[in-house]
Design a protein around this ligand. Structure first.
Ligand SMILES: Cc1cc2nc3c(=O)[nH]c(=O)nc-3n(C[C@H](O)[C@H](O)[C@H](O)COP(=O)(O)O)c2cc1C
Length: 148
C-alpha cells in the first residue's frame, strides 16, 4: 500500500498542507497529487488516500477540486475498499458553510463505497492555528493508524 496525498485548492493553502502531510508520511511512500491532474481512473483502491480540500463561494468546492468531483459524479466508480482521511480547509466567518467543501468531497467518496478513517479535520482560517501546524499534528496521529 502506498499513500496518495490529493489536494483540491483555490489559492494554494491546500497544496502547502499536502506537502506538509507528505513530509510526515514519508515512510509510507506518500506522493502529492493535484486534483486538477488526477483522473478518476488514476484511483487505485489499494492506496490510502489523504484528501485535502478547501471551500469556496458559498460552501462550494474550490476550482481545483471541481473536475475531479465531476468525474466522480459522472463515472460513478466503485470505490469499495478505498480508505481515505480528509483534511478540510475553511473559515468560521462563513458560519453555516464552514468547511463544506471537504464535507462534500467526503460524502461523495463514501457514497461510492469508500471508507473514511481518522478524524475529519476542519481548519479554521480565523483561528490562530496555522494550517500546516494543524496538518502536521493530524498526520502524525494518522501515522499510527496506517502502521496498525
Ligand atoms: C471568496 C471566498 C469564499 C470562501 N467561502 C468559504 C466558505 O463558504 N466556507 C468556508 O469554510 N470557508 C470559505 N472560504 C475560506 C477558504 O476555504 C480558506 O481561506 C482556505 O484556507 C483556502 O484554501 P485554498 O488556498 O487551498 O483554497 C472562502 C474564502 C474566499 C476567499
Amino acid at each position: 500500500m502506498s499513500v496518495v496525498v490529493l489536494f483540491g485548492s483555490e489559492t494554494g493553502t491546500a497544496e502547502e498542507v499536502a506537502d506538509k502531510i507528505a513530509e510526515v508520511l514519508v515512510d509510507h511512500d506518500a506522493e502529492v497529487r493535484d486534483m486538477l491532474e488526477y483522473e478518476v481512473s488514476d484511483i487505485d483502491t489499494d492506496d490510502f488516500h489523504v484528501i485535502i480540500c478547501s471551500t469556496y463561494g458559498e460552501g462550494e468546492l474550490p476550482t481545483g477540486a471541481e473536475p475531479f468531483y465531476e468525474g466522480l459524479v459522472e463515472e460513478t466508480p466503485d470505490l469499495t475498499g478505498l480508505r481515505f482521511a480528509l483534511f478540510g480547509l475553511g473559515d468560521r466567518l462563513y458560519e453555516e458553510t464552514f468547511n463544506r467543501g471537504g464535507e462534500i468531497m467526503a460524502q461523495k467518496l463514501i457514497e461510492l463505497g469508500a471508507q473514511q478513517v481518522h478524524e475529519h479535520a476542519r481548519h479554521d482560517g480565523s483561528s490562530n492555528i496555522k494550517p500546516k501546524a494543524q496538518a502536521e499534528e493530524w498526520a502524525q496521529e494518522l501515522t499510527g493508524l496506517l502502521a496498525g
